[in-house]
Structures are given as structure tokens and as C-alpha cells.
Design a protein around this ligand. Structure first.
Ligand code: PLP
Length: 377
């Protein structure tokens, strides 16, 4: 494995400094009484998590991928329905839609912040459209306030993929507040990572919450509570995907640091945006009313592959996150997705580069990346 001078994640350093707290929590999980299904650690995290979001109910789930699948199903999205989303996301976004038998309809993005372009959504709505699935790519909040107006006009649900955006805010509200359901990820490279997989589904609707809980716990009539007495009546075909107790415990220990780390991510991005320079360099621009999280700092350059290679050779673990866009990937080559005409998405994915933004990075390390980048440019 190549050692990078500036890797894309330095989370192990945080884990070292928080070692005692983490080990204590792990031990309490290990030695706690056995409980069927959802573990107490997951329930505790759910309670704590509510402070960081704009919704009233949460469910800890195995991953954001499962959270989106369940969220869409909870909103009533079914086989044959169309869901409007973007083409520059992780495969899990379209995979969640297709796992239900629904169809992804791809909308182009804005060149400024790489998120869905609300002005292009209405033209994609048909009789079969039932939901919009915006993605807060790189932690940049999609303009879900605008999408809400469209969704209300056409009676559509919004399931927001905020896998990368925990800690961000939009129009002075925590990210996800305008969605019917918002989904966060705790996968290791996310702004609040655990060690394996984990995610959280949030909503303010008691009915949607009940549906999410049901689908997270097998679709069992009594949820995990009912299963404790061995009772078996399933009112839906659900999944067995509560958050794993050790992952929940780790997130629980780290969660109070979220605001501090988000602030540090923003400071790092300020340094990048002030000092990066070069011919053919495009820096993202954000709506004045949004405050991104910055999983990484994503810039666009004229010669993506040369600059990526040079950065990595110089010890900076830059990545292409995600390239190619889903509609150009092999898995969709025989589907209608391969015919997508998304000029802005093409432009961004043909030129993007993601630079490291770990809260553990010092200013000196960031300035080092900047010096290397500027030299290569
Ligand atoms: C934008 C986006 N959405 C969803 C996911 C899926 O998250 P998870 O790994 O928790 O399923 C990812 C994972 O990288 C992602 O980047």
C-alpha cells in the first residue's frame, strides 16, 4: 500500500486521541445484556443524533444505501415509478431506486456546486414520477428548498441523499430539513465515520417514521420489540438492517465533535479556495444561503488525469469521486441511462479532482498540498 504524505483520511489519529472513551464504550456494548434485533447502542445514538438534524424522528440503519432503499419504499415509491436524481453520485443512489423496480430519471447538475439543477426538474416529471432524490454531493447541500416547491406542486416525495453532508446547513436549517426523508452515512470516509457501515434515516412524519422502522426490522408487525417474545407476523417484506451496535457506539462517542470538525473542514477549504491557482482551474461556488460540510474539496481542472497522477506521485492522495458518472458505467450500458444527455455532469466529471479535507490536517499540511497543486498546474 502506498503511503501518502497527505492521505484522504487521517481519522485513525482522531481514534488514537479518543482511544479511552471509545474503548470504554465498546466494552459497555460488549458486556451489555443480549437484546434481539436493534441494540441499545443504536437507540442511544438515535436520541443523541436528533440534536444535529432538523427532523423529529430517526432510525439507525445498516448504511445509507439501505436507508435510501427503505426511505423510498416508505414514501410509497414502487415498481415502475420514476425517481428523478443525478448521474454524478455513488452507484448506491441509482441502485436503491432500481432495487425497488423503480426507474431512475437523471437530471443535470449546476456547474457551480455540482448538485441537481432545480430549474431542469419540472421538464422531467411525467405521470409516473413519484419522488425526487437529490444528492448533497461532496457535502454541498442541494437546493432542496426549491425542490420542495416543485414536489408540493406535483405531489412528489423527496428522499435526500445527505450521505456526505452531515454537519452542513441550508437556509439556516440543518441539511435535510426540506426533505420528507433524509439519509446520512457513517461509512468510514464520510464526515462522521464509523469503521464499517452505518447510517441514519430522518423524517418529521410519524407515518414515514413508522414505515422506516417497520422496513428496518424485517417488516415485523411488532418490530424488534415484537420479535423479543418470538411472535411472528410480518405486515410487509422488510429487511434486517438496524445499525450495528459497535458502529453506533463509535459514532456516539464522536458525535459531540461534529461541529468542531465541520468548522475545521471549512477552514481548510478557505485556505484552498484562497490559494489554489492555475490556468483552467474552476473552483466550486456555493449559494450564499448554504453552508457545506466538505467531505473533500472538489475542483475542476483542464487536464484531470495528468494532474491527478502528478498529485499522487507527489504524495497527495487526490481522488476522482465519482468518475465516470453512473450513466457511463458498464452496469448501465444496455439501459436507457446510457443515453443520458447531461452536459454539465459530463463537464464536471471529465474534469473534477477531489483534494483531501480531513479535520486532522494542519494548516501547514494544507499549504503543502496547495504548493504542490500550484506547482503542477
Ligand atoms: C453520495 C453518496 N450516497 C450514498 C452513499 C452510500 O453510503 P453507504 O456506504 O453508507 O451505503 C455514498 C457512499 O460513498 C455516497 O458517496
Amino acid at each position: 500500500m502506498k503511503e501518502y504524505k497527505i492521505p484522504r483520511s487521517l481519522v485513525h489519529l482522531t481514534h488514537k486521541t479518543m482511544r479511552d472513551e471509545i474503548m470504554e464504550k465498546f466494552e459497555s456494548v460488549l458486556l451489555s445484556e443480549y437484546s434481539v434485533g436493534a441494540h441499545l447502542a443504536g437507540e442511544q445514538l438515535e436520541k443523541e443524533f436528533l440534536k444535529y438534524i432538523g427532523h423529529e424522528y430517526v432510525t439507525g440503519v445498516h448504511s445509507a444505501t439501505m436507508g435510501m432503499l427503505i426511505g423510498l419504499r416508505a414514501c410509497g415509491v414502487k415498481k415502475g415509478d420514476e425517481v428523478i436524481t443525478v448521474g454524478n453520485s455513488d452507484i448506491s443512489t441509482t441502485a436503491a431506486i432500481h432495487s425497488i423496480g423503480a426507474v431512475s430519471v437523471l437530471c443535470d447538475i449546476k456547474l457551480e456546486d455540482y448538485t441537481i439543477d432545480p430549474s431542469k426538474v419540472e421538464a422531467l416529471i411525467t405521470d409516473r414520477t413519484s419522488a425526487i432524490l437529490p444528492v448533497d454531493m461532496y457535502g454541498h447541500p442541494a437546493d432542496v428548498k426549491k425542490l420542495r416547491l416543485i414536489a408540493n406542486k406535483f405531489n412528489l416525495s423527496i428522499v435526500q441523499d445527505a450521505a456526505l453532508a452531515l454537519g452542513g446547513s441550508d437556509y439556516d436549517l440543518p441539511v435535510g430539513s426540506y426533505a420528507d426523508i433524509v439519509v446520512f452515512s457513517f461509512a468510514p470516509l464520510k464526515p462522521m465515520g464509523c469503521l464499517g457501515n452505518g447510517g441514519m434515516v430522518a423524517t418529521s412524519s410519524p407515518d414515514l417514521h413508522q414505515a422506516v422502522k417497520l422496513l428496518t426490522g424485517y417488516g415485523h408487525a411488532g418490530g424488534f420489540e415484537g420479535m423479543k417474545i418470538g411472535h411472528q407476523d410480518h405486515i410487509d417484506e422488510g429487511y434486517n438492517v438496524p445499525i450495528d451496535p459497535f458502529q453506533a457506539a463509535l459514532v456516539s462517542v464522536k458525535l459531540h465533535k461534529l461541529d468542531e470538525w465541520t468548522k475545521r473542514r471549512r477552514e481548510i477549504v478557505d485556505l484552498y479556495s484562497k490559494h489554489l491557482q492555475g490556468h483552467d482551474l474552476h473552483l466550486p461556488k456555493f449559494r450564499a444561503d448554504s453552508d457545506p460540510t466538505y467531505r473533500c474539496y472538489t475542483v475542476c481542472v483542464g487536464d484531470q488525469s495528468r494532474i491527478l497522477k502528478a498529485l499522487r506521485e507527489e504524495g497527495v492522495e487526490a481522488v476522482l469521486h465519482y468518475v465516470p458518472p453512473v450513466y457511463k458505467q458498464s452496469v448501465y450500458k444496455d439501459t436507457s441511462l446510457s443515453e443520458a444527455n447531461l452536459p454539465m455532469t459530463d463537464k464536471v466529471t471529465d474534469s473534477l479532482l477531489c483534494l483531501p479535507v480531513s479535520p486532522e490536517l494542519s494548516d501547514e499540511q494544507v499549504m503543502d498540498v496547495i504548493a504542490i497543486f500550484n506547482k503542477i498546474m
